[in-house]
Each structure stands twice: as structure tokens, then as C-alpha cells.
Design a protein around this ligand. Structure first.
Ligand code: PLP
Length: 454
């Protein structure tokens, strides 16, 4: 019997019908529709999911890197059920206890005094609103964003994005300028140490500001730790340096914590790894309630919020602070605090995943670099360690990557894959035994990828 109580036969039957209807009626994200063969998930529990044939797989993708508290956490499920029985929905202009409590719990955890929260339905609209706030606050229009970044699929967010998902969506959105952030393994700055990379990346950013015209720049947006673009933990001093540049030129600093926030890096917010850096706006989503109900938002510093003390903020959403979503956030944050889940992510990263992945890198020639923190890791796979030629082209796939991911899946492990990278991003609740189970399957998948190296 599956964890949701279904018999294997009932699950197979439901899976077959769901698959048939999906292929007939569902239009999928980021995909050519015809050749798709999506996986059915019939049940999920903790770190595991069950497919349409009844196979159990360890979920090292956390779906979209959002089930930070694991699947079907009983306290979160119960909170959603309680809220549904009490009050399913109210408009954003009204006051509701779940919404108020969620805002308090988030505000208490943000660095500095970011104590106002504007709730959205997800990450992309959080980014849209953060940019809108920055533009209205400064009276300027340009936004600087990193190459090797992802900020969401809506219009401004996808145009801020510094990866190939922007290309087909880019119609020359006014005022977005991209710059390179620090990434020593593929340094744009010919740096050989982290310190050099950080210093040169900051010089490059300042040059970009100066040549674009500081008085035209509303905001710099960056992921505190870039996620889908490769999990590049910034070198010490970089985020503090960005803060200094923002202060020097009167630019709003937006930290996008949609993927890295709420425990993923072993801290509540990833920016805490950069010392005492306090951004002006933080965008969040995903981990805030583990994605059990769609929710995102912007945490706002007092001086930005004050811009709208007497002047109306021109923006809003029907579902801003939806009771079911915010009740799930209250339960998620409370359970994470009570059960030491953020600490668990830090310990699993430092004690098991980090050492385990580095050990795999030592043995497998296909691994060019291992990088990450907490339960947020990437393996950069290469055809040739000497030249660092990627095992799949930037923006594309390759038989080597496809075969490695398929081998992992066949052996019971779901991974998040992007171009030449395998991302190891399990729930923050992962146990040592589960982490080791995943590493053993990964070992097998990397052997498959080794067959494609020179
Ligand atoms: N920002 C970052 C850093 C993300 O990783 C994502 C999604 O992966 C988004 C924004 C967009 O979030 P959503 O898909 O909820 O709109």
C-alpha cells in the first residue's frame, strides 16, 4: 500500500488515466509538447515519491527545489486542513490571522529590519513587485542582473534572467543590463583565487554601474546563491561589496532568495553566509511553505516601505496572502524551527553530502567541480577535466547527461538536471541514511557519465 492509502492496483489505474488525460489536455512548461514523456507521481512522503508503476524514488530534486520540509509533513498538512475548515479565502485588503502570523514569522527571520511583507503567488511575481518598488522608490528605471541567474518566467523576471530561458522571451525589455558575477571555475576575470575573483567581479560591477550611468539605475538584483544557474556560492566579501556599491550609488539591493531561502543553504536566508549584509528587498517563495500551496513575497526594508506611506503602492493580487498558503507558511516555519530542520540542512551538507560528493569527484573523471552548501549542491560534469569542456553545451543537453539521469532514475533517484550539471538538492529534512543512499546511486550514475569523457 502507498503512503496515501492507495493499493498498488488502484495507484496504477489512476496513474494510467492521469497520464492519458495529461497528454491530451495539459500544456507543459518550458517544453516542446509532442515528445514529452512526463513521470506520474502517485504519492509522496518525506524524501520519497512513488511513480505510476509503484516504484519508490528518493527525491533529490525536492521537485522544483521547494519541498524543503519534505513531502506531506503532517503538521503542515494538518494546518492546511484546519485553515480550509475555518476560512478558505478572503481578499487581500482584509486582515486574517494566518496572513498576519506568517508575515511576523518571516519578518523575524529576515536579516536587518526587513519587517514588512508583500505576499505574492510565487517567485516570479515577487521579483516583478520588488523591481516595481525599487523603480518607484528611486525614480530610476534600469535594473542590473547577473548572467547565470534565474528570476522567473513572467515578463520582467524572465528578462532579468541570465540564462537561455530569456533568449526566446527577450524582446529588448527596456532597462535590463546584465553583468558577470563571481564564478571561479569558469572565471570571466582570469582570476586564480576566490579573493581575486571577488575583487575583480566587484570592479566589473562598478564599471558597469559607472558606464550605464548611476543615476539611471534603480536596482541590482542577484540570487544570494545562484540556484538553477549552477549553485555558485559567492566568495567571501562579494555580497558585502555589492551592498557597498549600492550604498555608494543610491541603488536598491534586491536579494532573490526564492530558491536559496528558508533553510536550503543551512541558514534561514542564504545572504547570512555573506556576513552582516542586509539587502533592501528580499524576494522569497518555494521553501517559505515548501510549496504545499503557492506562495511568494517580498520582504521590505522600512525606508522602501516608507515610500508608500502617503503615496499608494500601484500593485496587488487577488490572492496576496492567501489564507491556505499563509497557514502552510506558519506551520512550515514553526515546524522547521521546532524540529531543527535548518540546522539539519547545515549538518547534512557539512557532514555527509559535501564530503560524499567530493569523494565521488575524486573517483569520477566526469566531475569537473563540486560546489554548494547545506542541501544545495551542483556537480559540474565535463568531457575533459583539463580543458573543462562541459558534458553538455550551454543551454542544451547531451546523450551523456540524459543517460546519467536515466541511470539514476532507474536505480531510484530523482535529480535536478540543467545542461551539464546535476543538482543534488534534497529536502532539508534528509536523514544521513537517505543522503548516503542517494550518494550510492549517484556513484552509479557518474560511472555512466564517465563513459563519455576523453
Ligand atoms: N527566482 C529564483 C531564484 C528562482 O529559482 C525561481 C524559480 O525557480 C524564481 C525566481 C521564480 O519562481 P516561480 O517559479 O515561483 O515563479
Amino acid at each position: 500500500t502507498l503512503p496515501n492509502g492507495w493499493t498498488p492496483e488502484a495507484a496504477r489505474e489512476k496513474a494510467a488515466r492521469a497520464y492519458e488525460l495529461d497528454r491530451k489536455h495539459i500544456f507543459h512548461s518550458w517544453s516542446a509538447q509532442k515528445s514529452l514523456n512526463p513521470m506520474v507521481i502517485t504519492a509522496a512522503q518525506g524524501s520519497y515519491v512513488w511513480d505510476g508503476d509503484g516504484n519508490r524514488l528518493l527525491d533529490f530534486s525536492s521537485q522544483m527545489v521547494n519541498t524543503n520540509i519534505g513531502h506531506q509533513h503532517p503538521k503542515v498538512v494538518a494546518a492546511i486542513q484546519r485553515q480550509a475548515a475555518t476560512l478558505c479565502t478572503i481578499g487581500p485588503a482584509f486582515v486574517n490571522d494566518a496572513r498576519s502570523e506568517a508575515a511576523r514569522l518571516i519578518a523575524e527571520r529576515t536579516p536587518g529590519a526587513l519587517d514588512r511583507v508583500f505576499f505574492t503567488n510565487g517567485g516570479a511575481d515577487a521579483v516583478e513587485h520588488a523591481v516595481r518598488m525599487a523603480r518607484l522608490h528611486t525614480g530610476r528605471s534600469k535594473v542590473l542582473a547577473r548572467y547565470r541567474s534565474y528570476h522567473g518566467g513572467t515578463d520582467t523576471a524572465v528578462n532579468l534572467t541570465g540564462d537561455p530561458r530569456r533568449w526566446p522571451n527577450d524582446h529588448g525589455t527596456a532597462g535590463v543590463v546584465h553583468f558577470f558575477g563571481p564564478f571561479l571555475y569558469r572565471s570571466q576575470f582570469h582570476a586564480t583565487t576566490e579573493a581575486e575573483e571577488s575583487e575583480r567581479a566587484l570592479q566589473h560591477l562598478e564599471q558597469t554601474i559607472v558606464f550605464e550611468g548611476p543615476s539611471t539605475i534603480a536596482a541590482i538584483i542577484l540570487e544570494s546563491v545562484p540556484g538553477t544557474a549552477g549553485i555558485m556560492v559567492p566568495p567571501p566579501g562579494y555580497l558585502a561589496g555589492v551592498r557597498e556599491l549600492c550604498d555608494r550609488y543610491g541603488i536598491v539591493f534586491i536579494a532573490d532568495e526564492v530558491m536559496a531561502g528558508f533553510g536550503r543553504t543551512g541558514k534561514w536566508f542564504a545572504i547570512e553566509h555573506g556576513g552582516d549584509v542586509v539587502p533592501d528587498l528580499i524576494t522569497f517563495a518555494k521553501g517559505v511553505n515548501s510549496g504545499y500551496v503557492p506562495l511568494g513575497g517580498v520582504a521590505i526594508a522600512p525606508h522602501i516601505a516608507a515610500t508608500f506611506d502617503d503615496r499608494p503602492y500601484p500593485g496587488g493580487l487577488t490572492y496576496s496572502g492567501h489564507p491556505l498558503a499563509t497557514a502552510a507558511a506558519v506551520a512550515t516555519i514553526t515546524a522547521m524551527a521546532e524540529e531543527g530542520i535548518v540546522e539539519n540542512a547545515a549538518e547534512m551538507g557539512e557532514g555527509v553530502l559535501g564530503p560524499g560528493l567530493r569523494e565521488l569527484a575524486d573517483r569520477h573523471p566526469c566531475v569537473g567541480e563540486v560546489r554548494g552548501v547545506g542541501v544545495f549542491w551542483a556537480l559540474e560534469l565535463v568531457r575533459d577535466r583539463a580543458t573543462r569542456e562541459p558534458l553538455a553545451p550551454y543551454g542544451g543537453s547531451s546523450p551523456a547527461m540524459t543517460e546519467a539521469v536515466a541511470a539514476a532514475k532507474a536505480a531510484g533517484l530523482l535529480l535536478f538536471v540543467n545542461f551539464n550539471r546535476l543538482h543534488v538538492v534534497p529536502p532539508c529534512t534528509i536523514s544521513e541514511a537517505e543522503a548516503k543512499e542517494g550518494l550510492a546511486i549517484l556513484d552509479h550514475a557518474l560511472t555512466v557519465a564517465d563513459g563519455h569523457t576523453v
